[in-house]
Every structure is written in C-alpha cells, then in structure tokens.
Design a protein around this ligand. Structure first.
Ligand code: FES
Length: 141
C-alpha cells in the first residue's frame, strides 16, 4: 500500500508532465482531489527539487547544494546568481532566458562547486565564473 505522500508525489509528477510545471490552480485541485490541505501539497512541491512552480526558461541552470559543493562555496554562487541575474531557485529569469533550480548532488563532487546548464557540468565555479557563464546564455538570445 502506497503512502499518502507517495500518492501525492505521483499525482504531482503527472501534473508536471502535462504542463511542464505545477500551476497554482492545478495544485489547488490536487489538494481537493486528495483531500489534504493546500499547504501540504505546496510543501511537497517545494520540498522535492524535481518539481517546478513556474514555467521553465529556454535553458535550465541547476546549482548543486550537495555537501561537497556546499563546503566549496555553493551559497556564495547562488547568492551571486540571485543578485546579478535577478532570479531565485524555482523560478525563471526575467525574459525567460533560463530557469534556476537547485539539486542535491550532480554526481561530479570532485569538481565542486558545480552547476549544470541543460545537463552540461560547469565545475570549480566561483561566483563570478557562474554569473559569467549564465550571462553568456542570456547574450546568445
Ligand atoms: S555535492 Fe555537488 S556534485 Fe556532488
């Protein structure tokens, strides 16, 4: 027998497969359907990095927050991206150039700190290097 949380995750995965992200209205309908508070649906949607709350951008940037990357300064990288590019994790940059997400580990810990752009790993990042890579993405429009 599956847990209520497991059912909720499966339903949210189906919603995301259909829309590409989890629209607010869809999360409200899921809450009514599963008969749980909307806050619980939102809590699950924000806990798991696989879920997006906004439509994706043209590119997807994933910044690793795993232990190795964290120790090597992931927080400063994320802060620089937020400040310079005006985007926070789980959202899309103004203009829709890229969506920013965080992940638990990209499997490239020896290169920490890392991020990926559409799956390509960029390692040994500094805050300036990360912003430069993303800025080049935006310029290529
Ligand atoms: S912790 Fe970042 S790649 Fe593994």
């Amino acid at each position: 027998m599956r847990s209520e949380r497991g059912d909720l995750i499966a339903i949210l995965q189906e919603v995301q497969a259909r829309f590409g992200y989890l629209p607010e209205e869809a999360m409200r309908q899921v809450a009514r359907f599963v008969a749980v508070p909307e806050s619980q649906v939102y809590g699950v949607a924000t806990f798991y990095s696989q879920f997006r709350l906004t439509p994706g951008g043209r590119k997807t940037v994933r910044v690793c927050q795993g232990t190795a990357c964290h120790v090597q300064g992931e927080a400063q990288i994320l802060a620089a991206i937020k400040k310079e590019m005006g985007v926070v994790p789980g959202t899309t940059a103004p203009g829709g150039d890229f969506g920013l997400e965080t992940v638990a580990c990209l499997g490239a810990c020896s290169l920490a700190p890392n991020m990926t752009v559409d799956g390509d790993v960029h390692g040994q990042l500094t805050p300036a290097k990360a912003v430069e890579i993303i800025s080049r993405l935006v310029e290529k429009r």
